[in-house]
Design a protein around this ligand. Sequence first.
Ligand SMILES: NC(=O)c1ccc[n+]([C@@H]2O[C@H](COP(=O)([O-])OP(=O)(O)OC[C@H]3O[C@@H](n4cnc5c(N)ncnc54)[C@H](O)[C@@H]3O)[C@@H](O)[C@H]2O)c1
Length: 265
Amino acid sequence: MKSLPSLHELISLKGKHALITGSAAGIGKAIAHRFAEAGATLSLVDIDGDNLTRTEHELAESGTDVRSHVVDLSDKSAIDRLWANLGGNEPDILVNNAGIYPFKHFLDMGEPLYRQVMKANQDSVYWMCQLMIGKRMQLGGVIINIGSTDGIQPFKEELSHYSMSKAGVIALTKTLAKEYANHGFRVNAIVPGAIRPPDAKATSKQILKGKFGVLKTGLEYMHRLPVGRLGRSDEVARMALVLASDLSGYVYGAVIPVDGGFLSG
Ligand SMILES: NC(=O)c1ccc[n+]([C@@H]2O[C@H](COP(=O)([O-])OP(=O)(O)OC[C@H]3O[C@@H](n4cnc5c(N)ncnc54)[C@H](O)[C@@H]3O)[C@@H](O)[C@H]2O)c1
């Protein structure tokens, strides 16, 4: 039998360049750290310049070849400028992770906030995928889109706009996986469930400000969560590493929950 590649070779991202959006914080930052550990060079993209610089320094200190780009991904012309600046150094792996989830009751939603959510969560993924595939048509690559269980099974209150934007991300993932598999692109999505914010204080503050709905929804959520605890950003990052690497060489158009079993309930 032909000898199989070792696990070490399969999981390695040595020689790969990964671009991760929303990598100044949370899940994106965790993905950046795991990809760095696996040997990738990194392009970090975020709107938050201060946290982005902090993340870049942390990674550079541990020896990673890393560059950062301050970009508002809700602005199509800013996305175009980002790819123009990459000129010739387009990534092998693109992770579309940046996203926002402002709470707003369906009946109170106004057009500016609605558009902002769609532009940040959905349009940005569309344009980033278009540029990645267009620029690497001869080379192929890996795309990982970060959806949400809310795009499949909405649960949290006041997030209809968010659920809709994430359903779009899942639909785009499947479409592109099908259309571009034979051009060498592996496109997949991760749908995280509730991931514990690194700054749990933010949630406590919301509750103290009178947002008891957050607490109520949280309790109901925990009640139907098989594993009984929230996830960690790094647990999403581990799945991203599997999808980015040759460990998942035959995985196309998958929508993978990292949700403590929420969608199975
Ligand atoms: N945390 C969760 O429980 C959870 C659950 C399901 C899905 N998700 C999804 O995972 C992704 C990451 O979530 P997170 O909890 O780590 O969020 P986060 O708020 O901790 O980090 C998101 C990052 O994206 C950046 N960002 C936001 N809008 C941007 C824009 N217009 N341009 C550039 N950068 C922008 C932010 O500055 C931030 O650094 C999001 O797409 C989110 O919808 C999160």
